[in-house]
Design a protein around this ligand. Structure first.
Ligand code: ADP
Ligand code: MG
Length: 210
């Protein structure tokens, strides 16, 4: 399937479904090393996104239009760290995707822009036990797949697989950014909730293109 506006709309609706399905899991992960609101925050945000999509008068013209709607809605409805972080990620991704359809390089640019937004906002690097640990390998795998001649859908699949490994890689890490850093070494042995939600969202991006 092409990675176009219909794909973007499907990705967003799938994201809302998967976040609702995994709401309690994300709450539990955040309860272990944070304040337990990550699942609620994201679920509220994506529900609001779907309400806005349903109310659109005419279909969005570009992938970026869809991602911008997600960005502004998450920024205004999701609290905590994740609202501004994901809001910035989708906003930067939107700016990189002002076209009706993405080729493989366009998919890479979208993912790299999202990562850059998160890093610009949260100032975390790899290994600090945040969503950056899922987004960074996702962006790297996407770029590697595209330079190897992968289709846009294959690039998304590579990103999703790498995000899953990246999320898993946060388990032994000590958090040095965000609320989990207050726990110091006691944050070890737990999966970072934001890296898990990143994995879920990128898996839906791939699923919507397959
Ligand atoms: P809060 O921590 O304010 O309660 P959430 O629970 O919604 O916000 O989100 C927590 C997630 O945000 C963490 O699991 C982590 O992945 C991500 N996060 C927190 N701080 C940063 C940061 N500085 N950079 C990148 N991601 C971060
Ligand atoms: Mg929290």
């Amino acid at each position: 399937m092409s990675v176009d506006v219909a794909w973007a709309l499907d990705w967003v609706r799938r994201s809302a479904e998967v976040v609702a399905e995994h709401r309690d899991e994300l709450v539990e992960l955040d309860r272990q090393i944070g304040d337990g609101d990550h699942g609620e925050n994201l679920d509220r945000g994506f529900r609001a996104v779907v309400v806005k999509l349903d109310a659109l008068d005419e279909p969005p013209a570009t992938v970026g239009d869809v991602l911008k709607l997600v960005a502004t809605t998450l920024m205004s409805t999701v609290g905590g760290a994740a609202g501004p972080l994901y809001g910035t990620a989708y906003l930067r991704a939107a700016k990189a995707t002002g076209v009706a359809e993405l080729d493989s390089a366009g998919v890479v640019a979208m993912i790299e822009a999202a990562l850059e937004g998160i890093v610009a906002r949260g100032k975390a690097g790899v290994g600090e036990k945040t969503m950056v640990d899922a987004w960074t390998p996702a962006a790297e795998a996407a770029a590697a797949a595209a330079s190897g001649g992968a289709s846009p859908a294959q690039v998304l699949a590579a990103a999703a697989t790498a995000a899953a490994s990246g999320a898993e890689s946060t388990v032994p890490l000590v958090a040095t950014k965000g609320r989990a850093s207050y726990l110091g070494e006691r944050s070890q042995g737990h999966l970072d909730p934001g890296s898990r939600s990143t994995q879920l969202l990128l898996e839906q991006a791939a699923a919507a293109a397959s």
